[in-house]
Every structure is written in structure tokens, then in C-alpha cells.
Write a protein that binds this ligand. Structure first.
Ligand code: ADP
Length: 167
């Protein structure tokens, strides 16, 4: 009997995408037949990049990565997942704080939309990395280049001319 094709959606703000997100994507990619990285366009607190900029950066970074695509969505992630006929939602977990939030989110999404969520544990290397901290440190001129892809670092340098490593 043939195994069912599995399509997963990885939703998030990705403002900006970090090596932590990429680590989750690269480990999840081999578990599913198709992975859609879904960039939320709802307004977020202290946003740095527009949804279009976020999508564009991720597209460049993941260009040529088999079975992974990038799309923007607005509204509820479960509505987007249903529209894409996704079998499950993928999320990452870094800490107990993430777990508490993600647990309730996953329960809610299953209750309201009947969709399952699967989790990938953060790697030891990037478990402490968050988009929020990247934005904060970069805005104060700190060097975050080893925590984000080069394309994101270049964009951050444009945004924050005082960023370390800028000539
Ligand atoms: P949201 O605003 O929906 O939390 P994020 O872009 O912050 O979106 O994160 C998307 C998903 O990626 C979340 O499940 C988050 O826990 C996970 N994630 C973020 N950073 C990391 C990391 N460094 N390692 C593993 N998972 C991560």
C-alpha cells in the first residue's frame, strides 16, 4: 500500500527568519513530502520588515531547496492550512515557555479546525535564538551575523547603519 502524501505548513512571523527557523525547516523537510513556510501578514508588535520583505528574503534563502515553498497568509493559520489542504502544522519549541504557548495553540487549532500540530525541538546551537532578540540586538548595533543567514544580515545593515561589521 502506498503511503499518504504529507503536506505540512510552518507558520510564523519570521521577522526576520533566523538560523533557528532554518534549522527547523531543514530537519522537518526530510520528514514530509511538502513543506510550506507561511509568513503571517497580520500586524505584529515592533515589526521590522514588511511581510513582502520577509517573504522575499525567505524565498531567496530557500531557493532551490526541494519540496519547500514560501507563501504569505493573513488571518487564521488554520484557514490557510485548510486552503492549502495541509495535513498538519509544524512549529518549533525552544523552551518551556514556548511549550506552554504552543501546547495551548495546538489544542485550540485541533479543537477549532481538527488539524494536528507536530513539533521539532530546537537545536542546542540555535535554541536561544529568536527574531525578537535579533531585532533588539541589531537595532543597538550588535553583531548577530552568526545567528542569521547572510541575506538577512545584509538587510539588517541597510536598516541599521551602525550595525557592527558595517564599513
Ligand atoms: P510566531 O510569531 O508565530 O511565534 P516566529 O517566527 O517567532 O512566529 O516562530 C515561528 C515558529 O518557529 C514558532 O513555532 C517558534 O517557536 C519557532 N522558532 C523560532 N525560533 C526558533 C529557534 N531558534 N529554534 C526552534 N524553533 C524556533
Amino acid at each position: 500500500m502506498q503511503r499518504k502524501f504529507i503536506r505540512a505548513v510552518f507558520p510564523g512571523s519570521f521577522d526576520p527568519i533566523t538560523n533557528g527557523h532554518l534549522d527547523v525547516i531543514s530537519r522537518a523537510r526530510v520528514l514530509f513530502d511538502e513543506l510550506i513556510v507561511a509568513v503571517g501578514t497580520s500586524p505584529i508588535k515592533n515589526a521590522l520588515f514588511t511581510p513582502d520583505e520577509r517573504v522575499e528574503m525567505i524565498k531567496q534563502i530557500l531557493a532551490g531547496t526541494p519540496r519547500v515553498s514560501v507563501e504569505a497568509f493573513d488571518g487564521l493559520m488554520v484557514d490557510f492550512a485548510k486552503q492549502k489542504k495541509a495535513d498538519l502544522i509544524l512549529r518549533g519549541i525552544r523552551s518551556l515557555t514556548d511549550f506552554h504557548y504552543e501546547f495551548r495553540l495546538a489544542m485550540t487549532n485541533r479543537a477549532v479546525a481538527g488539524i494536528e500540530t507536530v513539533f521539532i525541538m530546537a537545536s542546542a546551537e540555535y535554541g536561544f535564538t529568536s527574531s525578537t532578540l535579533i531585532r533588539e540586538v541589531a537595532s543597538l548595533g550588535g553583531d548577530v551575523s552568526n545567528l542569521i543567514p547572510d541575506i538577512v544580515n545584509e538587510k539588517l545593515k541597510e536598516r541599521f547603519p551602525k550595525l557592527k561589521g558595517n564599513s
